[in-house]
Design a protein around this ligand. Structure first.
Ligand code: GLP
Length: 242
């Protein structure tokens, strides 16, 4: 696990440069795993800018998003489909049919698992972008989630509901369930980039770097993957040298 400690603008530049380089090196097809939340927005903005400057095209890019709230449709401004269209897809030349988001209307884990089959069919994820929850969750895999999990329905913890309520008018409007790629689905990706941004991630980041691998800290599974880079925002203090 490689750790890079930079300010947020430098992280946005470095991560977007990596993505653009990989996209430009793979003219036939590249599969990206994408995340929502505030952490990757700067990267998406730079991708849009570079597309507008004719430095990258998304015609051969396939994307899979990590998660979606249960019960929100694409028109709902709080849905992750809406977020992705608004923050990236509507501003680049990607074919929207190549942008996959888990279906927020599944009713069972068996139905949810279908998402992993589509990922496999498309050749698997080449680069997965991740954010981090303050409780150490990745995507919506809350503490206690099995490391073998595929895409499934997750009940959100009170902490996650409170954290995400900043995007809603009130905490009662935050959905209590989500469909999320599982920890196995995520670590199947060939390369993983996690962006940890925001002071409220300090505990989780330090646990990830210094603590044990345990289902109590879902992101700790990343320590067992061979190609992971953690970009930590300078606003977060790292406890020990790494
Ligand atoms: C949500 C998402 C996660 C994301 C997290 C952090 O819980 N499901 O995928 O990583 O929020 O969000 P932010 O980047 O806004 O702190």
């Amino acid at each position: 696990m490689k750790i890079v400690h930079l300010n947020k603008e430098e992280i946005d530049k470095e991560v977007s440069d990596i993505l653009i380089k990989e996209i430009n090196n793979n003219n036939s097809k590249i599969v990206l795993g994408l995340a929502t939340g505030s952490s990757p927005i700067g990267v998406y903005q730079r991708l849009i800018d570079e597309f507008k400057n004719n430095n990258v095209s998304f015609k051969n890019v396939i994307t899979f998003n990590l998660d979606e709230y249960i019960g929100l449709n694409a028109d709902n401004t709080q849905s992750y489909r809406y977020f992705m269209n608004n923050n990236l897809f509507d501003h680049i030349d990607i074919n929207k049919q190549n942008t996959y988001i888990p279906n927020g209307f599944v009713t069972s884990d068996e139905e949810a698992n279908y998402y992993d089959e589509i990922i496999l069919e498309k050749g698997g994820i080449d680069i997965q972008i991740l954010g981090l929850g303050s409780d150490g969750h990745i995507a919506f895999n809350e503490p206690g989630t099995s490391f073998d999990s595929l895409t499934h329905i997750e009940t959100l913890t009170e902490q996650t509901i409170i954290d995400n309520s900043r995007f809603f008018e009130s905490v009662d409007l935050v959905p209590t369930k989500a469909i999320t790629m599982g920890l196995k689905s995520i670590t199947n990706a060939k390369k993983i980039i996690l962006i940890a941004s925001g002071k409220n991630k300090e505990w989780a980041v330090n646990e990830l770097i210094n603590g044990n691998v345990s289902i109590a800290l879902p992101c700790s599974i990343l320590k067992m993957h061979k190609d992971v880079t953690i970009y930590v925002d300078k606003a977060i203090n790292l406890k020990e040298p790494y």
